[in-house]
Design a protein around this ligand. Structure first.
Ligand code: TYM
Length: 332
């Protein structure tokens, strides 16, 4: 079975619909066809300032949510990044074959650094994509399910794999991004031209998986829609309605064309009311199951311990080979 790796940051109290439809839904599905490793990337979560207690709690909540949406620890390896030291170790080596200019071109870094101020942005934020490459390459993953916003980081991972293989001998698999065609970029409900994001300035613009279902339905009902009245998919001219149609289609398993037909002659309000219900029905059981996992912290920690052990075995083997190839003296 081809290998899959992906990661998600524990930087919010809940995942949101963008995370789910852009990436996590693929994570769940790929378990049927691939050998999957899924990681809560806590090392990535300290690049822009954090509260230790909050991070620890969010890491647990993140793992519980992944189990709740259907990541099956019997079939997949679910673990926490800081439990496998090889991630940070490989990141150092890869950082030494990454150009400063190359890293400087990462748009996500440029955006975040611009927001924080260039002086305040950390070196960790700058080298973040190198650590992400290490995550993927350690497991020789062939496919990486992510949303559109990670495409450029995936390109860097591919470049680094190819460069290392060329300079030191074939070691890494060159990974492919696996990005959904229909839901690669879910947008903010209040600002449908920018992506739904945990750092959104409009909290009403995101739908959290763990939010109270009624509140999620209300956020959908108060989504900003476009001028005009027709319910048609047209991302350029009708970004608001198109976003709602994408979400609806993905969650209800109906095509956008079917939805357009069903809502012909109806107003935006009808669509939003129905979608609000669809979203509430979708998130309610996830919220319950997440809570059940959190109510058994020992059980949760056990799952993560088993995952970390499996991941360490794979990661250590790759790291040993890398250390040998770059010429480090074996420890006697
Ligand atoms: P993160 O934690 O920001 O987001 C997790 C996943 O959700 C996707 N996503 C979206 N997809 C569609 N629409 C949106 N509005 C939306 N918002 C977020 C992201 O693309 C991502 O797939 N750098 C990564 C974490 C990471 C990683 C890795 C991923 C670290 N190492 C190795 C893959 C492989 C990140 O910040 O994702």
């Amino acid at each position: 079975r081809p290998r899959v790796f992906s990661g998600i940051q524990p930087t919010a109290d809940s995942f949101h619909l963008g995370n789910y439809l852009g990436a996590l839904r693929s994570w769940v599905r790929m378990q049927d066809t691939h050998d999957c490793l899924y990681c809560v990337v806590d090392l990535h979560a300290i690049t822009a300032g954090h509260e230790p207690k909050v991070l620890r709690q969010r890491t647990r909540v993140a793992a519980a949510q992944l189990l709740a949406i259907g990541i099956d620890p019997e079939r997949s390896t679910l673990f926490v990044q800081s439990h496998v030291p090889a991630h940070a170790e490989l990141a150092w080596v890869l950082g030494c074959i990454t150009g400063f200019g190359e890293a400087s071109r990462m748009t996500q870094f440029k955006d975040k650094a611009a927001r924080q101020g260039a002086e305040r942005a950390s070196v960790g934020l700058f080298t973040y994509p190198v650590l992400m490459a290490a995550d993927i390459l350690l497991y020789r993953a062939a496919a990486v399910p992510v949303g559109e916003d990670q495409r450029q980081h995936l390109e860097l991972s591919r470049d680094l794999a190819q460069r290392f293989n060329r300079d030191f001998g074939k070691t890494f698999v060159v990974p492919e991004a696996y990005i959904p065609t229909d839901t690669a970029k879910i947008t903010d409900l209040q600002d449908p031209t920018s992506k739904m994001s945990k750092s959104s300035s409009t909290p009403n613009g995101i739908v959290e998986l763990l939010d109270e279902p009624n509140r999620s339905a209300k956020r959908i009902r108060s989504a900003v829609t476009d001028t005009g009245r027709e319910i048609v998919y047209d991302p350029e001219h009708k970004p608001g309605i198109s976003n709602l149609l994408s979400i609806y289609s993905a969650l209800a398993g109906e095509s956008v064309a079917e939805l357009e037909q069903r809502y012909e002659g109806h107003g935006y309000g009808d669509l939003k009311k129905d979608l609000g219900q669809v979203v509430a029905d979708f998130t309610a059981p996830i919220r319950e199951r997440t809570q059940a996992y959190l109510d058994d912290p020992a059980g949760l920690d056990k799952i993560l311990a088993v995952g970390a052990e499996k991941a360490r075995a794979l990661a250590d083997a790759t790291l040993r080979q890398v250390y040998d190839r770059v010429g480090f003296l074996p420890a006697a």
